[in-house]
Design a binder for this molecule. Structure first.
Ligand code: GDP
Length: 606
């Protein structure tokens, strides 16, 4: 059997348009899809629409039936309409076909009671970006106060049944929403008043609950697609096909769901994606009257389940090519790789960065793009498609040695296996899970900031800021245990915790600065030119006194270096800089030091 074989003469040339439903959460996308899918005839009979895994195919006969009151029958010459089931952005992002969007046309759902919302505006921007035509379904008209239900009626007819009050409220809301669209730079008009289609987008009032307006919506979708996309919709023998989902099915092994946008797929076709295999069976999950089994061939546009060997390595979002007798398989593989490379090219060559996981190549591409859109700049060093597994955590954990904040997996719209999460917790790999890309940015930024603060604290011990201090006359308050002095900061920056040594006396260490007071007030640092009092303890000895370290031999006798004995008025006090302290300083405080201060670090090291 051939799906679509019941086309009449003259209809052979057009394939079914592919339609996707967008809009704000709760505007009624899912309900609208249900309503479009449901048959006007008794449930389960005729109509022939069966929900598939990822799309619903609505045969033209069904559309004729739903629109018969509009008497537009003769004008329909596509075999049907393929509506993508996953509503929202994901579908739109995921579904790409050779670099462009996969949907031919979209329904933008707006709740008549609420008007344009943030996701409506995001949808508008996506549609514009992909230059996708759309029709506005102004949904939930049945919620207008006093609405008289006219089940599944054309909206034109239903409106006539309404009271003056309802019509008045309707007009008022429509005017407001048209204004809101205008604020987004879009001209919109009620479908029956729209004289400039193409320039002005049509609005069809609908109810996804009682079905009013669905006839006009369907008719307009088909007519508009037929009228403006003849070239795109013209049936072509060249196969255009995109992998939607890779699934493991008990008893079938790995199968793939594909959208066949154009052309015909046959049993036994040799297919090339990142995989290379031969189609064992083709199943469209639709059309009960045609039976649920496999088909020898299936014509576009359709969503199809394919079984074959070696499908494990198929990648959702990539194109699938069919090898024809005189094709060069290697050349086709090259084409496939181009697609992959496009996405891969966004990965950082430095080898440092986070891991990005997404459900399909398309959504991964969108994620990578966003991570690189100024002011955001999050480097990505590895990617994955599909759920996050232990092995992915393993890969990301390597980054811990290089940059802790990059030991991170951004899991966009994918599941994380429980054992992978546990593994990540153990290894100190952070997994962020989000279903909108924008959530990642906030999460990741907060995480990096926190981490930076924590590691700076850890590193504070090791990092030594450079300073040169001069002891002020008559300001020696205590000679040792602890040393308390008034000092003038001649160079650099004095911070609490800085180890101090005396260069003139063979760099002997006198201890660490434990407090700084300026005008009798404690401060945590003092800048060049400031005069402050400092307290210096020899921390090692403090530890010994406190019995933290074992007292052995001569150590027991040791005392802190003493003013007047080990060093004197004329001696300069400077930070004790070591190779290790410079590394810590560079790693955590690079931007906090001026060029001059970096010079001082070098000078003090020498
Ligand atoms: P989605 O988030 O855009 O997919 O919205 P849903 O389809 O889940 O609908 C959100 C809610 O609005 C549900 O409670 C629906 O029953 C309700 N709803 C959707 N369409 C209509 C409509 O046309 N009329 C009314 N009264 N309620 C609707």
């Amino acid at each position: 059997a051939v799906i679509g074989k019941n086309e009449k003469e003259g209809e052979k040339t057009l394939r079914s348009p592919i339609c996707c439903i967008m809009g704000h959460v709760d505007s009624g996308k899912t309900k609208l899809l249900d309503c479009i899918r449901s048959t006007t005839v008794q449930e389960g009979e005729a109509g022939g629409i069966t929900q598939q895994i990822s799309a619903s195919y609505i045969p033209v006969e069904h559309i004729r039936e739903r629109t018969k009151e509009l008497k537009a029958d003769a004008k329909l010459n596509v075999p049907g309409l393929l509506v993508i089931d996953t509503p929202g952005h994901e579908a739109f992002n995921n579904l790409r076909s050779r670099g462009s969007g996969l949907c031919d046309i979209a329904i933008l759902v707006v709740d008549i009671m609420h008007g344009l919302k943030p996701q409506t505006i995001e949808s508008i921007n996506l549609l514009r970006m992909r230059k996708t035509e759309f029709i506005v379904a102004l949904n939930k008209v049945d919620r207008l106060y006093g609405w008289k239900t006219c089940r599944n009626a054309p909206i034109g007819k239903a409106m006539k049944q309404q009271s003056k009050d309802v019509q008045h409220e309707f007009d008022h809301r429509v005017t407001q929403i048209i204004t809101q669209f205008k604020e987004q730079g879009l001209n919109t008009e009620l479908y029956n008043k729209n004289k400039e289609r193409g320039e002005t987008y049509s609005i069809v009032p609908t109810s996804a609950i009682s079905g009013e307006g669905i006839p006009e919506l369907l008719l307009l979708l088909i007519q508009w697609a037929q009228k403006t996309m003849v070239k795109k919709l013209t049936y072509n023998s060249e196969v255009q096909c995109t992998v939607l989902e890779v699934k493991v099915i008990q008893g079938c092994g790995t199968t793939i769901d594909v959208v066949l946008v154009n052309g015909v797929l046959h049993e036994g076709d040799e297919i090339v994606g990142p995989i290379h295999t031969t189609i064992r069976s083709l199943t469209p999950h639709l059309m009960k009257e045609l039976g649920g089994g496999a088909y020898k061939e299936i014509k576009a546009a359709q969503v199809i389940k394919i079984t074959a060997q070696n499908l494990e390595h198929a990648v959702a979002g990539t194109a699938l090519y069919v090898v024809k007798p005189d094709d060069d398989v290697e050349e086709i593989k090259e084409l496939v790789m181009d697609d992959m490379r496009n996405v891969m090219s966004r990965i950082d060559k430095s080898g440092e960065g986070v891991y990005a996981h997404a459900s399909t190549l398309g959504s991964l591409e969108a994620l990578l793009k966003l991570l690189k859109t100024p002011p955001v700049s999050i480097p990505v060093c590895g990617i994955g498609i599909g759920p996050v597994h232990k092995k992915d955590v393993m890969k990301a954990s390597v980054m811990r040695e290089k940059k802790k904040e990059f030991a991170t997996i951004l899991a966009f719209d994918v599941k994380v296996a429980p054992e992978a999460q546990e593994f990540a917790d153990n290894l100190g790999v952070k997994i962020f899970i989000a279903d909108t890309i924008y959530h990642f940015l906030d999460q990741f930024k907060a995480y990096v900031d926190n981490l930076k603060e924590a590691t700076q604290q850890e590193a504070a011990e090791d990092a030594v800021f450079p300073c040169v201090l001069e002891i002020m006359p008559n300001c020696v308050f205590n000679k040792n245990d602890p040393i308390i002095l008034g000092v003038d900061v001649k160079e650099g920056i004095l911070k609490i915790g800085t180890p101090i040594c005396i260069p003139q006396k063979n760099f002997i260490d006198i201890g660490r600065v434990s407090s700084i007071k300026k005008n009798d007030r404690p401060v945590d640092h003092a800048d060049k030119g400031q005069k402050v009092a400092i307290k210096v303890w020899d921390l090692h000895l403090v530890a010994v006194y406190c019995n933290i370290f074992e007292i052995t031999g001569s150590n027991a006798e040791e005392q802190q270096k003493r003013f007047g004995r080990h060093f004197d008025m004329e001696d300069e006090l400077v930070s004790h800089i070591s190779r290790r302290s410079i590394d810590a300083l560079k790693a955590h405080y690079r931007e906090e030091l001026s060029i001059e201060e970096w010079k001082l670090v070098k000078q003090l090291k020498e």
